[in-house]
Design a protein around this ligand. Structure first.
Ligand SMILES: Nc1ncnc2c1ncn2[C@@H]1O[C@H](COP(=O)(O)OP(=O)(O)OP(=O)(O)O)[C@@H](O)[C@H]1O
Ligand SMILES: [Mg+2]
Length: 227
């Protein structure tokens, strides 16, 4: 098995706009080792979310490859690819994307329910434990509209972590939060990294959080520049 949790090879991504082509990512190559902490910064529109989506398999590159645990995801049958992603990756979206009609607990439980094999009682127990870890057990019956911005972000993190992923991809998890709540979120990320060895790629503008990472990059003109 590969020593890398995730490898990206020569990723390219452009968007066509009428006759013009907007090139967002040019030939991005990098690897993530188990337990590693990586920060990505960059101006608005520089392609940070696009990159994270490609790494997480939420979107396809025009060229290049993404391998999870040494396996090229593009070369697998869809079912196997979904399974490998579900088992390996957790994703915190820039806009938390919680399902409005479900409670916090149900939102957190969703990735486990997708596995089908996990018994319902166990799913509830694991989801409850994750909500407790993010300090929200008392909010488990609340729907997203009944939670504060920071609470929603914490539910989204609990959901991304409920499967014990080897790698967490977090897209500005402290964006739009007050500094105190933001600090709580990144202490949580660092704690999970320390306790479970979860590798983290985080898009962030928080210097204090970026400073705690093993590696830092700036996405600039479609290229990852080491900082
Ligand atoms: N589906 C799409 N179709 C066309 N253009 C897109 C699409 N998605 C993103 N873009 C463009 O690609 C560029 C990169 O977008 P992206 O969301 O990756 O930026 P970002 O670095 O995450 O910005 P922010 O810090 O504001 O979240 C932007 O200029 C955006 O307008
Ligand atoms: Mg973004």
């Amino acid at each position: 098995m590969s020593e890398w949790v995730l490898e990206a090879r020569r990723l390219c991504k452009s968007y066509r706009e009428g006759n013009a082509t907007l090139t967002v990512l040019r030939d991005i190559t990098f690897e993530v080792a188990a337990g590693e902490r990586i920060a990505i910064v960059g101006a608005s529109g520089s392609g940070k979310s696009t990159l994270l989506h490609l790494l997480g398999g939420l979107d396809q590159p025009d060229r290049g490859e993404v391998s999870i645990r040494g396996r090229d995801v593009a070369r697998m049958p869809e079912r196997e690819r979904s399974k490998l992603r579900n088992e390996t990756l957790g994703f915190v979206y820039q806009l938390h994307h919680l399902l409005q009609e479900f409670t916090a607990l149900e939102n957190v439980a969703l990735p486990l329910l997708l596995r089908r094999r996990v018994p319902r009682d166990r799913v509830r127990q694991l989801a409850r434990e994750r909500l407790r870890e993010v300090g929200l057990e008392a909010r488990s019956a609340h729907r997203p509209s009944e939670l504060s911005g920071g609470e929603r972000q914490r539910v989204a993190i609990a959901r991304a972590l409920v499967t014990n992923p080897a790698l967490l991809l977090a897209d500005e998890p402290t964006g739009n939060l007050d500094p105190h709540t933001g600090e709580g979120i990144y202490e949580l990320l660092l704690d999970l990294n320390a306790r479970h060895g979860t590798a983290v790629i985080v898009v962030t503008h928080e210097h204090a959080l970026a400073a705690q990472m093993h590696r830092r990059y700036r996405l600039d003109e479609g290229v990852l520049v080491p900082l």
